[in-house]
Ligand binder design. Sequence first.
Ligand code: FSX
Ligand code: SF4
Ligand code: F3S
Length: 371
Amino acid sequence: MEHEEMSLIPGLSRRDFLKSCGVLASVIGLSGPMAAPRVAKALEQLAKRPAIVWSCFQECLGCSVNLLQSRKPNPANLILKQISLNYHEAVMAPAGSQAEKSFRETVDSKDFYYIVEGGIATGIPNACTISGKTSMEICKDTYQKAKATIAIGTCACYGGIQAAAPNPSGSKGVTDFLKSEGISNPTVINSPRCPGNADDTVAILLYVLVKKALPELDSQGRPTFLFGQLVHDNCERRGHFDAGEFVEVFGDAGSEKGWCLYKVGCKGPVAYAPCPVTRWNGDISWPVMAGGPCIGCSEPDFWDKQSPFYEKAPGIKLPGDITPTQVGVGLGALTAVGIGAHFIGQAATGRLGKGGPQEGDETGSDEGGKR
Ligand code: FSX
Ligand code: SF4
Ligand code: F3S
């Protein structure tokens, strides 16, 4: 039998390695025949593994669990082999003073990337204290020394469930917290969703490491190459929305036919996120695919602003009332859309034109919500 060349990932063939690099290249917006080899070369040449400090503040640990459960040959494995996770309270082997030593040395080197999971307790600072320091002290000091800071999950981006009214601990996302500390224009890459998605995290890390630049961000601090489109734009049920075919109550005949969930509360028309593309549980599923409405977890203050979760989002007119291009208008001053990268990503993952009667046909041609 012919010997198959192995890659830098133990147990992963060179061919599968390049295939995963191709997917990563597409997600970060590289295209053409040299895109996958370019990503592969960049990963292989990361001789000095970039150090990561990962803080867990007010959260449920779902963001970490999602990353740690990513499965080979999931692209997350590629990058996890290439970084040095110097400090992560939940998964690091050292504890106590050894853990603190690792944290201090890495932060003082100023040669690391900072990932924050969870909100910052600003109203009751002692509500979140690690090794005698509050989340406020840790976050501000570490941000100021990091090469780049990524907020993973809606809690770190916007405060999350802790920030739901009446927000007893005064939870804030990293950007808002830094602003409240007098840092006028903090540079934080927000990767929301509740929990944060492993593929998003990996794509952002790869973008920063390979392109050596920060991605373009929208007005909520989210990379446009990932969060530039509405969930609604790429939903496999979109054809049913455009055809006026709705689930009226859970369990009805429309439910069985997989019709649109807008009338039972789906916030896909107001949520900017790549959920139909970078999915969950090893890329198996996402909320609407599994039969539940999107609750808009990629949006700031979604616990307050997108609830009640099982009632229609206000201000969305249905097909027949308006043209699909008007859906989503007025949802915020978001900047340029990463449509190109998005569709390359869809093609790379084989989803373009699949999953429902609408994608690519005339009625569901992704016009809803474009800005
Ligand atoms: Fe928050 Fe992460 Fe929601 Fe949890 O840890 S974004 S509570 S599901 O997953 O921070
Ligand atoms: Fe999909 Fe929800 Fe949009 Fe319906 S309203 S097409 S279920 S995202
Ligand atoms: Fe969240 Fe809606 Fe996606 S609930 S995970 S933004 S489908």
